[in-house]
Design a protein around this ligand. Sequence first.
Ligand SMILES: N[C@@H](CCC(=O)N[C@@H](CS)C(=O)NCC(=O)O)C(=O)O
Length: 321
Amino acid sequence: MGNLRDGAWTDEDTLSEDQGGKYVKVPSRFRNWITADGASGFKAEPGRYILYSSVGCPWAHRAVLFRTLKKLEDIIPLVNTEQVVGGQGWTFPEGGHVVPGTDYRARYLHEVYTLSDPDCTSRVTVPTIWDTQKLCVVNNESSEIIRMFNSEFSAFAPETIDLYPQDKRTEIEEMNALVLDGINNGVNGCGRSSSQEAYEQSFDLLFSTLDRLEERLSGQRYLCGGRQTEADWRFYPNLIRFDSVYYIGYKCNLRRLEDYPNLSNYFRELYQTPGIAEISDVEGMKKNTFGKAGPIGANGVIPKGPDLGLERPHDRERFTA
Ligand SMILES: N[C@@H](CCC(=O)N[C@@H](CS)C(=O)NCC(=O)O)C(=O)O
């Protein structure tokens, strides 16, 4: 994919560092924080911030999941983008999108970045948070956006579970590190590495990590014990895509998720959490991957299966909270 360089879009990927064919994610450019008290310069306020996302992206999915889990749907508007053939990265629907707080009609998300910083050099990624008051991009790093959603908007939303509780933080960080390396980056390493060796390294790490997590979930309900935490929801976007996108498209084909009894039931329980099925559009994810503009587009034919049995009962009540 292309990127912005000195405020201009280029179709060439000029910001990735290829390390022996290994897929490497570059650090996110915008790192401001929204806080409840506004001390950071970005005060949490209903309707002030827009979340740009895409159904295809597992990192953006994290932010959309937190928006629902924290009941922020009325507080933080969501705008979805897509990849289109011949486009310039993330694209707004036909007719464009008037960027809130301005009268500028954008066709591409990169225009939102250059409204914020006319000389911007950055990858243009989802999720992205836009401030309709200061007219700038606040943050485009999903791991930080979910933390803000978890804690900073509580004054405006109904009470919800704290997904990053103080007493669990060390364990959450350990799980996050394991999942980031072995799973979140692991699947991309399988699908996007350009050398056989780098692919196989990612593949081995991915499946050894899944084996470890299967074992862990044979003795407890969630990754960090008896309560759902951030760590579970950073894992979920890859679980929901595993059998229908990664197994086939990203060559992660040693085992299916379905072949892991604990992981697949755990995944099903997360899917059946109220509100989550509605924001788990598997057909959209497949279209975004296998469609003509997707990362592995080829001829645009989208696999019909598999049957994920998403509504099937799970067996996780066997663990008490
Ligand atoms: N650091 C970002 C990475 C997000 C990311 O890589 N998103 C992908 C879509 S799945 C993207 O927008 N890629 C466009 C690009 O890298 O140019 C985050 O975790 O929020």
